[in-house]
Ligand binder design. Structure first.
Ligand code: DP6
Length: 367
């Protein structure tokens, strides 16, 4: 059955309306936060170094695609993102779909009506490309299985979805899986798609929460794409590859052994190294704010002096992801409320936690 809100948006999408009997596919995919950072690319959207992320639960994008064989010679794409037909993301996605046509030749002859919506507020200052691109890639891979009536193994289906999501946004390759996810060649693994981490997580750190302090929700002054490209001739490029590889080993060990102190040290080293790379690129730039620094100093103090299992990571922006395991949730939440909230824009904090990964949400549909 179609979700009513999406049906209404679908009707808005085209003046001539979506035909009465299109097929529908829908996926809800989560955002992820990297602990070992992907920063810098090579070749066709391949990572310079391996990364590891934690998939979230509440920060999702839901994408629904209504599709049918095109009436004209060429297919058309109509797209509504967060209810807006002119959202900047719409242009990016249309280009992206043309780029992935060689992998899905049937797309050329299809009329596609795409409706995508984030479940987190637009103004939260959170990157949405990982969840948006992965939900879109999952939908397109599901359309392929429906059209070709081909049964892929589950493993192959998600590998292809990760590969295709990667072409839209590197970090999106990791959002097709839940829990801890790795991407990039290391002792094993691949650069072309992400894969679920094989590390057996110790039960003392196996349910990590992420409270996102919204320090500033404004658009960042330098995009991640620009940041990645500045790594090409970065004076610390080789050192960064070595550091990420070593930090991945360290964090795997810490997760396996339940060593929170080592987990925290590695996570923080990665977050601050990411920003150090931005500071030292040519031209250098600063995305951190004074409130970011004040908050992270307090978090470090709280861990050392008050023995709370709490740490942080940063994305390519000023917001702080405060990480703590379930065992220390009450203590951490109390501290966040009393000590960290004052550093947030309008006191805004988004509470999230590690999640199980994307879900296909059109199951009741008769397609
Ligand atoms: C700092 O995946 O947004 O969040 O591949 O150009 O779309 P593109 O970049 P993007 O970069 C994410 C960088 C990061 C670290 C990470 O997620 O690993």
């Amino acid at each position: 059955m179609l979700n009513k809100k999406y049906r209404d948006e679908a009707v808005l999408l085209k003046k001539e309306k979506i035909p009465e009997t299109p097929k529908i596919v829908a996926w809800e995919a989560p955002s992820n936060i990297a602990l070992i950072k992907y920063w810098g690319k090579k070749g066709n959207q391949l990572p310079l170094a391996p990364s590891l992320s934690m998939t979230l639960s509440n920060s999702n994008t839901r994408t629904e695609i209504h599709f049918k064989k095109a009436e004209g010679e060429n297919g058309t794409i109509s797209f509504l993102f967060n209810g807006e037909p002119d959202h900047p993301f719409v242009k990016k996605v249309k280009k992206y779909i043309h780029r992935i046509e060689p992998y899905f030749p049937f797309l050329k002859d299809m009329d596609l009506y795409i409706i995508s919506r984030n479940t987190f507020p637009h103004s939260a200052g959170l990157a949405s490309s990982a969840s948006a691109m992965s939900s879109l890639a999952l939908c397109i891979c599901s359309i392929e299985t429906m059209i070709n009536k081909e049964e892929f193994s589950k493993e192959r289906f998600f590998q292809k979805a990760s590969y295709i999501a990667r072409l839209g946004s590197g970090s999106a390759s990791r959002s097709v899986y839940g829990n801890f996810v790795e991407w990039g060649r290391h002792t094993f693994g691949a650069d072309e798609f992400a894969y679920p981490s094989s590390v057996k997580i110790h039960n003392t750190i196996n349910f990590i929460h992420d409270s996102i302090l919204i320090i500033a929700s404004e658009e960042k002054s330098v995009s991640s794409s620009k940041g990645h490209s500045l790594m090409k001739h970065h004076p610390y490029k080789e050192a960064r590859i070595k550091q990420a590889t070593e930090n991945l080993d360290k964090i795997r060990k810490a997760l396996r052994e339940g060593d929170f102190e080592s987990f925290a040290e590695t996570t923080e080293n990665e977050a601050l190294s990411l920003h150090a790379l931005m500071l030292s690129s040519k031209p250098g730039y600063i995305l951190l704010k004074d409130q970011t620094i004040l908050a992270i100093e307090k978090i470090r103090n709280q861990r050392k002096k008050n023995k709370t299992k709490i740490t942080f990571t940063l994305d390519a922006g000023p917001n702080v992801h405060v990480l703590y395991p379930l065992s220390d949730k009450d203590k951490a939440r109390d501290f966040i409320e009393k000590e960290l909230k004052i550093h947030c824009e309008n006191g805004k904090i988004i509470h999230d936690f590690i999640g199980a990964g994307p879900e296909r949400v059109d199951k009741n549909n008769d397609s």
